[in-house]
Design a protein around this ligand. Structure first.
Ligand code: ACM
Ligand code: ZN
Length: 757
């Protein structure tokens, strides 16, 4: 074939599929690896037969699931017959030649719909694609357009989590949630079963866990009551799953190829268990009932043997209930102030030769891991389990940043990417002030654009990267309709992140979703119809050109307006066209407008031109792993944090220059452990060895968690000299004082641009 002819054919193939997409005939979420339009069509009616291997229980199950789907869309189910008598109909066939047992191929023509899968599971995923081609209005026949799909998943871990501790969702709701995971070819349901605010799983040996631990006085979370999401009716709030309920949900999930990973939190996030059995904590007399905040400082006592006996007995019952190879033990946000004060915990530290409470947590997790491994299971924990030394066979769930994935893989441990921004669906997806969920910017587009593939890993390390998961914490979602709102349509974007191999295209996805909403309406799902009117902003610093490129992408298809003079944009302002290059001092304000001419947020960025832009800052040996780029990239309000140690930074201007002024900004945000330095000093030099102090600053601020936690301090000094080197010294304020969950931890200094004029 000539190259020209080949390209024409390729173009026609692309156009034919795209034209079907344009006609809203094919738009499958997640995007299959390849999809071609074929001639013909297959009509499903009441006489259509499902053909499969009737001796295979797995295939009969898959045929049943297909019938569930047809019943929903068409109102009837089809007869199943053996493939050997196949006369054309819907054919479900296992094909062991497939590379992935989750892969499938679907062929539709005038005679049949054939779904071949690497296993019954692969066929099941093919059926989920077929679901999206079924009619979503009253119909007795389904006309499926001729096509060929070849498809397999990108990642083997495609997970979605649900917190049933903060608010309880009954087993029927959980099964509905599982149905939603199924629609998008996810395969893991991470069930967060225990929390400070509620213990949700019946444990026969410890009945008080659910008699006491599953109930609290109030609905909770005053924020929800303020916006009318629920009311405190004075009755105890709560609920739990009996072991029979759990078995029912596990069986339901298994028939839908969903593996349930149970999470039993330890050593923190366990106040409900301690309220039931106070002897499990360090100071039973100090125990409080459930509080409104998401976390408490209570923690299982690591010094008492009873704690381990209890946890092992609980885990034994959990192992019996859940067939999964994995068990999640939490491990996150375990505040260790009580361990610091507890004589038994301190004795444990001494007896085990541990250095501190971080190592005690690590020892705790390792001990539990041994028990879990001895029972033939594998431990998963949140990324805090890396602190103080990782348990040898543990799998790490990275929620605070992707770096944990690389750190785990380096030691040969498996890891899952579940990074909170943008994969916590408990955070908001738009700026609707009445929406359920924590306010936040985990917009649909951010989820869609999330790229979890870790960079800089060796091939061996990459094998430890299992996949991706999103999480839904339920503090702010008291009812299942709120859960649906937070889940949809972001789960659609998640499915493309976890499943799709093909290159992503936001614009195409956006169009596909418009059509897909008809299916969500048909299923009466309470999805978010409101798109975000905030901009996705990507900033790239170009050191050679001493400027930044701003890429402003709206979630909605509408023009972006911007100004460079500090005024708020309106519809007469500049229309953003190309990536915008900025190298002069200015403030950039940009936004999009909704139909009513309103905007959610004006996105504001400050660029400050000065003499040190693009120069490297020597951070010394204490901060070797930290990038100094943001200190001299011209962008204001872009912060770098430096933990525990004093700063001793030097900038070399390259040659002697007249310098009029030097400045920087420190920022305090106490609950994030960011504090103003105890003191700071700018020094200058012309030879790099003799430095002259220009001015010293003292903050007089105690590092302590405060009610009004956020402030900035601009530190600017007049120089008026010919110099070559600028030095910044800043003293870290030390360990955090007072009595709060962050007390005793090291402070961090947060620093903005170092401006040299
Ligand atoms: C977490 O969000 N604390 C895992
Ligand atoms: Zn203790």
């Amino acid at each position: 074939m000539s190259r020209k002819y080949f390209f024409i054919l390729m173009a026609l193939a692309v156009i034919s599929v795209k034209s079907l997409v344009a006609q809203n005939q094919i738009g499958i979420i997640p995007q299959p690896s390849s999809m071609e339009s074929q001639s013909g069509k297959f009509v499903i009616n009441q006489k259509t037969i499902i053909y499969t291997n009737k001796k295979d229980a797995d295939l009969l199950n898959v045929a049943d699931r297909l019938n569930d789907m047809l019943k929903l869309h068409l109102g009837y189910q089809l007869k199943t017959n053996d493939l050997s008598v196949n006369k054309g109909g819907i054919r479900l066939i296992v094909d062991h030649s497939f590379a992935s047992n989750e892969g499938y191929e679907m062929l539709v023509n005038n005679n049949f719909i054939e779904i071949r899968g690497g296993s019954a599971k692969g066929i099941f995923y093919g059926m989920q694609s077929l679901r999206q081609l079924l009619p979503v209005s009253k119909a007795v026949t389904a006309v499926i357009p001729g096509l060929k799909i070849q498809d397999e998943p990108r990642y083997k871990w495609r997970g979605m989590h649900l917190d049933v501790g903060r608010h309880f969702f009954n087993k029927e709701e959980v099964m509905k949630y599982i149905d939603y995971l199924v629609m998008y070819k996810l395969n893991i349901f991470h069930w967060h079963l225990t929390e400070d605010q509620g213990w949700r799983i019946e444990i026969k040996r410890y009945p008080r866990l659910t008699e006491v631990g599953a109930w609290r006085d109030k609905v909770g979370f005053v924020q929800n009551q303020k916006i009318g999401l629920n009311v405190d009716d004075g009755k105890p709030y709560g609920g739990f799953y009996t072991q029979d309920d759990i078995r029912e949900v596990v069986a339901y999930a298994a028939k839908r190829y969903i593996e349930i990973i149970p999470e039993i939190e330890m050593p923190g996030h366990s106040l409900a268990a301690m309220n039931a059995y106070p002897e499990l904590c360090c100071f039973p007399k100090e125990l409080k009932k459930y509080t409104d905040g998401p976390v408490t400082t209570d923690i299982y006592c690591a010094g008492k043997e009873e704690s381990f006996l209890f946890l092992e007995n609980v885990l034994k019952e959990v192992f019996e209930l859940f067939p999964s190879h994995y068990i999640h033990i939490g491990g996150d946000e375990a505040f260790k102030a009580k361990w610091q004060r507890c004589p038994l915990c301190q004795k444990r530290i001494k007896d085990e030769g541990l250095k501190n409470e971080d190592e005690l947590q690590s020892w705790f997790i390792r001990r539990i891991e041994k028990f879990i491994n001895a029972n033939g299971k594998k431990l998963i924990g949140w990324d805090e389990i890396l602190e103080g030394g990782l348990a040898p066979n543990a799998t790490v769930m990275a929620w605070r940043g992707g770096k944990a994935v690389g750190d785990a893989a380096k030691t040969g441990n498996d890891a899952i990417y579940a990074v909170a921004w943008p994969l916590y669906f408990s955070d908001g997806q738009n700026n609707d002030p009445l929406a359920p969920g924590n306010p936040g910017g985990n917009t649909l587009m951010k989820v869609y654009n999330c790229d979890p593939a870790p960079g800089g890993m060796t091939d061996e390390e990459k094998k430890h990267f299992l996949g991706v998961q999103a999480c839904l914490w339920s503090e702010r979602t008291p009812k299942f309709e709120h859960i649906e709102y937070q889940l949809f349509p972001r789960i659609c974007a998640l499915s493309e992140v976890t499943w799709s191999q093909a290159g992503k295209n936001w614009s195409w996805f956006y169009d596909k979703l418009e059509n897909h909403e008809k299916l969500l309406d048909f299923y009466s799902i309470n999805y978010s119809k409101r798109r975000s009117f905030t901009l996705d902003v990507q900033r790239q610093f170009l050191p050679d050109r001493k400027g930044i490129v701003l890429k402003l992408t709206p979630e909605v298809k509408t023009p972006v307006y911007y100004t460079l003079d500090g005024s708020d944009p309106d519809k007469n302002s500049n229309v953003y066209q190309l990536p915008l290059f900025i190298d002069k001092t200015c403030s950039i304000k940009a936004c999009v407008f909704d139909r009513d001419g309103k905007t959610d947020q004006i996105s504001t960025h400050f660029f400050r031109s000065h003499q040190a832009i693009g120069l490297k800052v020597d951070l010394g040996t204490d901060f070797r792993d930290i990038s100094s780029v943001a200190l001299t990239d011209g962008q204001l309000d872009v912060w770098t944090q430096f933990e525990a140690k004093d700063l001793n930074f030097i900038i070399d201007l390259g040659k002697i220059k007249k310098v009029n002024n030097i400045a920087t900004t420190f920022r305090e945000c106490t609950f994030k452990r960011h504090f103003l330095p105890e003191s700071a000093e700018f020094l200058v030099s012309s030879d790099g060895s003799h430095f002259e102090s220009i001015q010293t600053y003292k903050s007089n601020s105690v590092p302590e968690n405060r009610a009004n936690p956020n402030r900035k301090e601009y530190f600017s000094v007049v120089v008026g000299k010919e110099i070559r080197y600028v030095k910044l010294l800043a003293k870290n304020p030390g360990l955090i004082q007072g009595k709060s969950i962050i007390s005793g931890q090291p402070s961090k200094i947060l620093l903005d641009e170092i401006i040299v004029d």
